[in-house]
Every structure is written in structure tokens, then in C-alpha cells.
Design a protein around this ligand. Structure first.
Ligand SMILES: C[S@@+](CC[C@H](N)C(=O)[O-])C[C@H]1O[C@@H](n2cnc3c(N)ncnc32)[C@H](O)[C@@H]1O
Length: 460
């Protein structure tokens, strides 16, 4: 911990421990909005593969293109020899272990199991450095362990094992046994109870690695960034540049301030956020937003984020359930919105959402665009104008608009949307990331098209 504290000191950061939160990351200088506070490569990482994301991905960079299977273990895929070489330090030992796993068991290798196997292999490589001089020299060259890249930082992570329920504990124990079967280490080298506890650590410390459009690609353990605590009103944001996790300030952060990111969707209501934090991270948030829970401001905010809009389109009031349970009453004009009418729009939305996601996943972009516009129309009728559902639909619609030029017929609309997206993204992702530069060039293109359209209209 002392070594880590010194390393962080060089970055003008410090770790403090508070009784109600455990370790916390504090600034030792001012940080400006958009500035990188800290970045970290994963100690271990693994690509996702599940029902929602069934494709194979490159083990190192998570790319989906030009994949080739490792010819020895037949489990891991790479997009290039460069990625294969970068991963070889760890895969060299992982490959030996995976090659011995029988075909049926390979099918049960989930990303969590693979992440844990990699974690133990990396720890073993670190420990072996303490052995013979020649081996130590070789391993130090292959695997430099520094204050920030060190298994000691994994040991320091919270596990909340005593808060985990019985059913989950049984599952962790089964997963630990599977890790043991894959590694085939003698009992002196592996402790099943400790592996199970490490699964609990992964649950509240590992991060989902996302691409620039926030699509999940994989999971990574970033033990230094994991020191950062949560707030529903964060001063920083965690984004990924490939496998590199980057924490950026989203506002001016003065010296001696705690760096805080949000672990959950900040646009959810207080009840939704609190539930998610309790279930996965075992704490009750007491941030400035959460302490207002149940107060009139919070009820209003939650009803706006997750509730319905007034039947009278000219009224911007928020709705609360009426005492007779007939429907929802506007808190501004007193108009009642019937339960049955709401149910009808909800069922229409369900049908349309299924159609939209099917069109999108099948590559029918025009149809998907039309369906999302229809969803937006229905949601405007149903939800408050600042609703989280509406925001998500607009986000998807924006992605469709950005990605597929065919839908850029409404150029002015695209320019407005792209400008707003750019303003946010230059803070969260920085101006130099490929994604933001790409967005900027699309924005310039859309602006040029808009001004061309305007000029032609004036000439007509
Ligand atoms: C990723 S860790 C953060 C670092 C942690 N404080 C530590 O000591 O290692 C997540 C855990 O930190 C604690 N935590 C994070 N944010 C918190 C908050 N706002 N209030 C209380 N506890 C918090 C919870 O125990 C949570 O499960």
C-alpha cells in the first residue's frame, strides 16, 4: 500500500480511508473539466461472450474483425499477430492450462471463470519472480510488476463476502471448484475459499469494458481505479479507450476533494439507484441526491425521470398515482390520466420496441430508424419530456442517425444532435480520442450539408 501511495502521490492523488466508505481517492491538486485524473490498463481482462453478445472477440483489443483461433488451446481468439504477441505473456501459461481442459468443459468456460483463471495465473507469475535469478530476470522483463500493477492491489479490494447470501455463496464455491479443475494445482497452491471470495471481489470491483458507443465488450479488473467510490452526483467519469480505463473530471475538482464516479445509471430515480447499489455493492448511498429521498424535490425528480406526462400537452407537470388508484394525477393542473389509456400505450410500445430491435439486429436500418421514431412519438405521448426512457430512445436514434448516412435527410436535426453529443463527449472522452475526432468530422460534414441545403433553398 505504501508503494501505491507513493506512485499515486506522483500523479497528485492520495488514498485516504474513511470509516463509512473504506478507501477513497482524493486529489492533491486542482483538476479542470475534461482532464485525465488517472488511467490504468487492466490487471486481467477477458472479452464478453453471452446470449446478448454471442460473437467471439479478440482477447487483447476486443475487435470482431479478422479473428483467428489460438491453434494450441482452441479457446482464445486474436485479430492480429500484434494482439497475440501482446497477450502472449499471460496466454503462454493460460494456453497450457486451457489445452488440458476437455471439450465439454470448455463449453462451460464463462468470462468470469476465465477472468479468475487469468488472475491466479498472473499472481503465480508474479510470485515466481521471487525464485531463481535467471527466471526472475526473464519474468521481470516479460511481466514488470510495479506499484500500480501488483497482486497486492487485488488483495486490498473489498469483497463483501459476509454480505453475500447463501445461494450466491454456493454458486461462488462451484465456480471456484471449476477454476481449480482448470488450473489443476496442488492444494498447497490454491485455496478454494479464497477463490470464492475473489469471485465476490470481482462482483463489486470489476468493470465492464465498453466501446465508444457504450456497447459492452468485456470485463476487466482495474485495482487502482477500483479505489474510486461512488456518487449519484459524480465529479468524474470512467470511460474506456480500448482496454485502457480513463477517469476524467467532468467539472472543476479542487485540491483535497474526493474523486467520485457513478457506478450506476445516474438518470434513474433515487429508489432505482439505491436498489442497484445495495444489490451489487452493499451500501446505501448518502450523496447529495440520495439524502433527499422522499422529500418533495426527490419525488418530483423521480416522477419526471421515470413517470408519465400530463394529458394536456401544454402542461409540463409531473404525475403521481391518485389515491383511488384510477390512474395518475398531474401535480400542476390536477388532470387525471386514466390507467387503461397508459396500459394501451405501454403495450403499443412493447410491440414497436420488439420490431425496432429486430430490424436493428437484422441490419434493416431504415426500418429500425422508422420504428425508433415511432417509439419516440409514443413515448412523447406517455412519458415526461425529461424521461430516462425517452432519453435512451433518442440515444439509439442518434446512433442510427450518426452511423447511417441514409437517415441524414433531416440535416438540421442531425447537426443539433451531433453538436450536443460533441459538447458532452469532448469532456468525457477528450478531444483527441478517435471516436470524438470521428464525431467531429461527421459534425463538419453535416454542417456543410446543412449550409448547402440552406443556400439551395435561398436560391430557389
Ligand atoms: C469499487 S469499491 C471502492 C473502494 C472501496 N471503498 C475500498 O475500500 O476498496 C466499492 C465499494 O466501496 C464502498 N463504497 C463505494 N462508494 C461508496 C459510497 N458512496 N458510500 C459508502 N460506501 C461506498 C462500498 O463498500 C462498495 O462496495
Amino acid at each position: 500500500m505504501e508503494e501505491l501511495k507513493n506512485a499515486l502521490n506522483d500523479k497528485r492523488l492520495q488514498v485516504l480511508t474513511l470509516p463509512e466508505k473504506g478507501r477513497c481517492l482524493f486529489t492533491s491538486r486542482d483538476f479542470s473539466p475534461g482532464e485525465v485524473i488517472i488511467s490504468e490498463n487492466p490487471y486481467v481482462s477477458v472479452p464478453n461472450k453471452n446470449k446478448e453478445s454471442p460473437q467471439w472477440k479478440c482477447e487483447w483489443c476486443f475487435s470482431l474483425a479478422n479473428l483467428k483461433k489460438c491453434s494450441a488451446c482452441h479457446v482464445v481468439w486474436y485479430c492480429s499477430s500484434k494482439c497475440q504477441k501482446s497477450d502472449w505473456k499471460l496466454h503462454r501459461v493460460e494456453c497450457q492450462a486451457l489445452s488440458k481442459v476437455d471439450k465439454e468443459r470448455v463449453k462451460s468456460l464463462t468470462p468470469s471463470i476465465r477472468l479468475m483463471v487469468k488472475l491466479y495465473l498472473r499472481r503465480k507469475l508474479e510470485n515466481e519472480k521471487v525464485g531463481s535469478h535467471v527466471l526472475t530476470f526473464f519474468l521481470c522483463y516479460m511481466f514488470p510488476s510495479t506499484a500500480t500493477e501488483n497482486y497486492k492491489n487485488v488483495e486490498a479490494l473489498v469483497s463483501h463476502i459476509s454480505d453475500v447470501d447463501e445461494k450466491q455463496l454456493v454458486l461462488y464455491a462451484q465456480m471456484a471448484n471449476l477454476v481449480n479443475l482448470i488450473l489443476q494445482w496442488p492444494d498447497s497452491e490454491i485455496n478454494i475459499k479464497e477463490v470464492a471470495e475473489n469471485f465476490s471481489k470481482l462482483a463489486c470491483n470489476a468493470h465492464t469494458i465498453c466501446d465508444s458507443e457504450l456497447r459492452p465488450l468485456g470485463t476487466g479488473l482495474y485495482p487502482v481505479i477500483s479505489i474510486i467510490n461512488h456518487s449519484c452526483l459524480p465529479n468524474s467519469v470512467l470511460v474506456f479507450e480500448g482496454r485502457l480505463a480513463v477517469v476524467r473530471a467532468v467539472e472543476h475538482i479542487p485540491k483535497d476533494t474526493e474523486v467520485l464516479i457513478s457506478y450506476v445509471e445516474t438518470a434513474g430515480s433515487t429508489i432505482t439507484r439505491q436498489k442497484a447499489l445495495k444489490e451489487q455493492y452493499f451500501f446505501s448511498c448518502t450523496c447529495p441526491r440520495c439524502i433527499k429521498m422522499g422529500q418533495s424535490d426527490d419525488i418530483r425528480e423521480s416522477a419526471i425521470l421515470e413517470g408519465y406526462c400530463c394529458k394536456n400537452s401544454g402542461c409540463n407537470g409531473f404525475l403521481l398515482r391518485d389515491s383511488d388508484d384510477k390512474g395518475f394525477v398531474c401535480q400542476q393542473c390536477g388532470l387525471l390520466r386514466d390507467k387503461e389509456e397508459i396500459k394501451y400505450i405501454v403495450s403499443e410500445l412493447k410491440i414497436m420496441s420488439e420490431k425496432a430491435s429486430l430490424s436493428l439486429s437484422s441490419g434493416y436500418i431504415n426500418e429500425a430508424g422508422k420504428a425508433y421514431k415511432m417509439i419516440e412519438k409514443l413515448q412523447v405521448k406517455l412519458y415526461h419530456s425529461f424521461s430516462i426512457n425517452l432519453m435512451r430512445t433518442r440515444e439509439t436514434l442518434l446512433k442510427v442517425l450518426i452511423t447511417f448516412k441514409t437517415l441524414l435527410g433531416e440535416v438540421e436535426e442531425a447537426v443539433t444532435s451531433l453538436t450536443k453529443a460533441f459538447d458532452i463527449l469532448r469532456i468525457t472522452h477528450g478531444i483527441k480520442t478517435i471516436f470524438v475526432m470521428d464525431l467531429l468530422s461527421k459534425l463538419e460534414e453535416a454542417r456543410a450539408e446543412a449550409s448547402y441545403k440552406l443556400r439551395s433553398q435561398m436560391e430557389d
